[in-house]
Design a binder for this molecule. Structure first.
Ligand SMILES: Cc1cc2nc3c(=O)[nH]c(=O)nc-3n(C[C@H](O)[C@H](O)[C@H](O)COP(=O)(O)OP(=O)(O)OC[C@H]3O[C@@H](n4cnc5c(N)ncnc54)[C@H](O)[C@@H]3O)c2cc1C
Length: 302
């Protein structure tokens, strides 16, 4: 029995379509929202004792959950949203700027705004990336040739039940990639920010939002870019060249606006997305010999 396991919320058979931007996905056996670190540790201890697997998520902006759902627990870190300036005593001194620590559940835009109010910046490129710091770190989210991990000094991870801090140079990372161990949970990230006028950050945020409005405004539920860009190439160009724009499987469709956005055009299932994704990959491979890789994380019972 799970009663009293945590102080936070614990939901049963929670439809994951409610927690993903693609609006598809079957139920998770358990959906847990721990209040704080002690609550999370109690939850993990109980899950381990019961032999229940778990998956930490952010806001589900990059998640495709299969229709059969998730056997095990989904853990939302939405309550871990504290952001603070950190003195550099324990870290290499910065010539200008400051370190800022953000909890995994903090929204990207909240982090940018927090920094802006304190005359700090340099990470304006994440302001328009929907989701949380935990999700951004896990995905090495980025835009305009920059990834969030380039601006990260250290990560606090929960690994095998122990809270540990890793400097970024101890970890393997690259384009939309961070090498973590299975079961690692990102609790916090420490960012190296530059001194920056608030107006300059405001300008960065405005330009980013304008660009997204003009180029990415697909008007339907999506997970952003569905496929990673192959080295030196743009996935959307390959998808366009393969004539896949507008292709539909059930309710899933290759956006008419942006070839690398697969959208829920109404009533899509996860299976529709999986079949459409396979069609796109085959078509691109046939014309270019390139095998696209999903950027979206596909999880759940097969
Ligand atoms: C309209 C739109 C535009 C987008 N534009 C961009 C863009 O420009 N650049 C870009 O990079 N992405 C973009 N994305 C994708 C998405 O916003 C990012 O991948 C984002 O970082 C996902 O954050 P999230 O909190 O929703 O994570 P989720 O989708 O919930 O999770 C993503 C992955 O991270 C893992 N994870 C999440 N939190 C934790 C944690 N605390 N510890 C361990 N693992 C964790 C999950 O298990 C999952 O594997 C876009 C998406 C949309 C819908």
């Amino acid at each position: 029995m799970s009663e009293g396991v945590i102080r936070g919320r614990l939901l049963y058979d929670e439809p994951m379509s409610l927690h993903t931007s693609l609006k598809v996905g079957g139920p998770a056996d358990l959906y847990a929202v721990p209040e704080d670190s002690a609550d999370l540790q109690a939850l993990l201890k109980w899950l381990s004792a019961e032999g229940i697997p778990w998956l930490a998520i952010g806001r589900g902006y990059n998640l495709l959950v299969r229709d059969k759902g998730i056997r095990g627990a989904v853990i939302s870190l939405e309550r871990f949203n504290r952001i603070e300036v950190v003195s550099d005593g324990d870290y290499p001194p910065l010539a200008t700027g400051a370190y800022v620590r953000a909890g995994a559940g903090a929204e990207n835009l909240s982090l940018v705004r927090f920094a802006q109010e304190r005359g700090l910046g340099g990470i304006g490129f994440i302001s328009g990336i929907p989701g949380t710091v935990g999700g951004a770190i896990r995905m090495n989210a980025g835009a305009y040739g920059q990834g969030i991990l380039e601006h990260t000094q250290c990560l606090t991870l929960l690994r095998d039940g122990i809270v540990r801090e890793f400097c970024i140079n101890e970890l393997d990372y690259g384009y939309r990639h961070l090498g973590l161990e299975a079961g690692d949970i990102v609790l916090e990230a420490l960012f190296r920010l530059e001194a920056r006028e608030a107006d300059q950050t405001e300008d960065e945020i405005r330009k980013d939002l304008e660009l997204r409005r003009s180029k990415h405004n697909v008007g339907l539920p999506s997970a952003g870019s569905f496929f990673k860009n192959p080295s030196g190439q743009a996935a959307w160009k390959l998808i366009d060249a393969a004539g896949m724009r507008g292709t539909r499987v059930g309710g899933a469709m290759v956006s008419e606006v942006h070839g690398n956005f697969l959208v829920n055009a109404g009533g899509a299932s996860a299976d529709d997305f999986l079949r459409l994704s396979a069609m796109v990959k085959n078509a691109v491979f046939r014309i270019s010999g390139v095998t696209l890789q999903e950027e979206v994380r596909i999880v759940g019972d097969e």
